[in-house]
Design a protein around this ligand. Structure first.
Ligand code: SAH
Ligand code: SF4
Length: 352
């Protein structure tokens, strides 16, 4: 619940308003899993909440994989209806602060309808949207574990399973819950939404008066190539996305990152790099190259030499460019891969 909704609830139950703050603090910072754990409030109110049918949304962990350096943890979480989704914690030692940077990567949908050919989530098809509370539960699940080590969630990226803008209202509600000072209290500037590029919704997001960052998954400098990788992309998507990114920057003051999954022999040639540089140069855009994680589609990442050549051409053409650190590949890092791996194991053990 948003703080305003909690205020209304406690008032309607004949309770003083400060009970709303007690409840919010307990829910977002102590991470209880059941109303009976809420010892901050009187037993009569706990009972009244239970009788009225209120529950605390949470998710249970069914699988966990941790990278060798212990900095990346990927979980498979199960919701009440048996739905499985992935969520990831990535930690980076901080040079300036005592605590590490702890970024949670959340899923917004079970599966995805966009069908990107190299993406494990895209290949499983669309199952359902997640509700805001199910998105929030992913963050709180890690927050609880970090709290025990005296650490906390510092950043949030919407780069897990699903297309956040295709589940627009629940994604925005989750952001409001996670950033409200009386709720979880994360800074808006610490949040990035990644989108495959639903243009009308990028426009709507720009008008939300939020200070969140936007990453657009471009993957190609022209429509012919892009439509092979993102089959649901419109005929003019490259140019339209480029223009939408400029408008987003103008309205919010936040620079856009273009994500580019580099796939061996498909979109990684020096000529394609030149074309991308021509498209983006002089706009202050940032490109994040992601050597692709191979999934069932059989796509391979280019050799390291070729990745660096691509990066050099972009930089020479005046485009800011980084290569995403490849530390997660050992733990089925690509979105949807762990869920696919686990479900395959479950079904093959059932059939054997
Ligand atoms: N639907 C959104 C956010 C989730 S995907 C989007 O597409 O942006 C987050 C990022 O992971 C996207 O940039 C996507 O292109 C990338 N991705 C998906 N599958 C991948 C793979 N196998 N290897 C590398 N990156 C991948
Ligand atoms: Fe969906 Fe993003 Fe995967 Fe494309 S890359 S299928 S938009 S989750």
């Amino acid at each position: 619940m948003l703080p305003e909704e909690m205020d209304k609830l406690v008032t309607e139950m004949g309770q003083p308003r400060y009970r709303a703050d007690q409840l919010l603090h307990a829910l977002y910072h102590d991470s209880p899993t059941d109303i009976s754990d809420l010892h901050q409030i009187p037993a009569a109110l706990r009972d009244a909440l239970t009788v009225s049918g209120y529950t605390i949304g949470s998710a249970s962990e069914t699988h966990r994989v941790t990278s060798e350096d212990h900095q990346t943890t990927k979980l498979l979480l199960k919701y009440g209806d048996g739905t499985l989704i992935e969520t990831v914690l990535m930690q980076y030692p901080s040079k300036t602060k005592f605590h590490p940077r702890s970024t949670v990567c959340v899923s917004t949908q079970v599966g995805c309808a966009m069908g990107c050919v190299f993406c494990a989530t895209g290949q499983m098809g669309f199952k359902r949207n997640l509700q805001a509370e199910e998105i929030v539960a992913q963050v709180l699940h890690f927050a609880r574990a970090l709290h025990e080590r005296d650490e906390h969630v510092t950043n949030l990226v919407f780069m897990g399973m699903g297309e956040p803008l295709a589940n627009y209202s629940e994604t925005i509600r989750a952001i409001r819950l996670l950033t409200h000072a009386r709720a979880f209290g994360l800074g808006q500037r610490s949040i990035t939404i990644s989108t495959v590029g639903l243009i009308p919704l990028i426009e709507r997001l720009a008008d939300e008066q939020l200070q969140i960052g936007l990453a657009i998954s471009l993957h190609a400098p022209n429509d012919e190539l892009r439509s092979k990788l993102v089959p649901t992309a419109g005929p003019n998507s490259v140019k339209e996305l480029f223009l939408a990114s400029k408008r987003y920057f103008k309205k919010t003051g936040r620079r856009i990152t273009f994500e580019y999954a580099l796939i061996n022999g498909i979109n990684d040639s020096p000529e394609v790099a030149e074309e991308l540089a021509l498209l983006l140069k002089g706009n202050g855009a940032h490109v994040n190259l992601i050597p692709v994680n191979s999934t069932a589609g059989g796509f391979q990442k280019p050799e390291r030499r070729r990745v660096h050549e691509f990066q050099r051409i972009l930089r020479r053409g005046g485009v800011n460019c980084t290569v995403r650190v490849e530390k997660e590949s050992e733990i089925s890092a690509a979105c949807g891969q762990l869920r696919t791996d686990v479900i395959e194991k479950i079904t093959s053990s059932r059939s054997s």
